[in-house]
Design a protein around this ligand. Structure first.
Ligand SMILES: Cc1ncc(COP(=O)(O)O)c(C=O)c1O
Length: 368
């Protein structure tokens, strides 16, 4: 006889997160040494040498709990963003900040608006809190803010906008966002997830921090995992109004950001040249990939981030497997509800070439 299931009903419906395939696993499975991982939107240049040095220096101090208030990092972010420290959120990844938004704002039955095929943490957080995710289909792989405005109602508590959106790399423009915020007024908290914001080049991209300064009901989320290349440390940050920051502070875990993460993030902010290098490399990689995709007859969505959403015209799981056999790891579109798409992170020039050669072989029908 089975034991009684004591988990909350909403937890029974959750599935554990499935990450992109780790390099070691592919090495073992296929007996390959040289693996190219273009699956998790990591920065191939790696972190700033200053961040690595700062971690070395901080390592001796890990006997003690970290600074609960992240004072040095908060001061550096305050200067970087032009906002008081009290309006800055710091978490172990922006994932934690998304989780905290759920804890602070969601009651069972509340609605959480997101796009169809959302970044998984939005959906996870809604379901964990027994709230209802409301999926609004993308239009041409872009957020349809007009339809989102139509779907707002008195139960809508949180709205997640990935800007740029993961996995499509598209943005909501300043004009579109302003129109949407006019409809929302102060009835819901609008989360602008800007994990890839440093890569954006489009002039129509919104100045989200100006919205925070104006006191709009928005939470801007950013991360050190992407352009700063500190994904393994788990550290993200955000900016919002004093009132929302105060609510989020109440649900924050004590000592939520490790000593090493605080040190590395602070040092990274002091190395803008590393960010500039990463942007330049990404631009070159995107141009190269666009050219090669066009040559292979593949349609893709122009990206404002460090990944490209490409239509491969075949079952993406099959293409994924064939690429794996050739030592290249990408992300399949099926997890985002797009069964013939791949999301491919930009890499170093040699990695991009490996990807293209493997893709050409796979789509041309050859086997490894
Ligand atoms: C859109 C988006 N938001 C948030 C995150 C999470 O970032 P972090 O590593 O800071 O938790 C990611 C990571 O892939 C992302 O793509």
């Amino acid at each position: 006889m089975s034991k009684q299931d004591l988990t909350r009903p909403c937890v029974r419906g959750l599935r554990p997160y499935v990450p992109g395939k780790p390099i070691e696993e592919v090495q073992r499975e296929f007996g390959l040494e040289d693996i190219v991982k273009l699956a998790s939107n990591e920065n191939p240049l790696g972190p700033s040498p200053r961040a690595v040095e700062a971690m070395r220096e901080a390592a001796e101090g890990v006997r003690l709990y970290p600074d609960n208030d992240c004072r040095a990092l908060r001061a550096a972010l305050s200067q970087h963003l032009g906002l008081p420290g009290s309006q800055i959120l710091i978490g172990h990844g922006s994932d934690e900040l998304i989780h905290n938004l759920g804890l602070a704002f969601l009651d069972p039955g509340d609605e959480v608006m997101m796009c169809e095929g959302p970044f998984s943490q939005y959906e996870f957080t809604a379901k964990l809190m027994d709230a209802r995710p409301v999926y609004v289909p993308l239009k041409d792989f872009r957020y349809d803010v007009e339809e989102m405005a139509r779907r707002l109602n008195e139960r809508t508590k949180l709205v997640f906008i990935g800007n740029p959106n993961n996995p499509t790399g598209t943005i909501v423009t300043a004009e579109e966002l302003a129109a949407f915020l006019r409809e929302v007024e102060d009835r819901a908290v609008v989360v602008l997830d800007e994990a890839y914001h440093e890569y954006v080049e489009a002039s129509e991209y919104p100045d989200s921090l100006a919205l925070v300064r104006e006191g709009r009901n928005v939470v801007v989320l950013r991360t050190f995992s992407k352009i700063y290349a500190l994904a393994g440390l788990r550290i993200g940050y955000g900016a919002t109004t004093p009132a929302l920051a105060e609510a989020l502070e109440r649900v924050r875990e004590p000592f939520n950001v490790s000593t090493l993460a605080q040190a590395a993030a602070t040092a990274s902010l002091g190395d803008p040249e590393q960010v500039a290098r990463s942007r330049r490399l990404n631009r070159e990689s995107l141009d190269y990939l666009y050219g090669e995709f066009a040559r292979l007859g593949l349609s893709y969505t122009p990206s404002q981030a460090n990944f490209v959403w490409v239509e491969v015209g075949r079952d993406c799981r099959e293409v994924f497997q064939e690429l794996l056999r050739r030592g290249v790891i990408v992300r399949t579109g099926d997890v985002f509800g797009a069964p013939t798409h791949l999301r491919i992170t930009t890499g170093l020039p040699e990695q991009n070439r490996r990807l293209v050669a493997a893709l050409e072989e796979v789509l041309g029908g050859a086997t490894a």
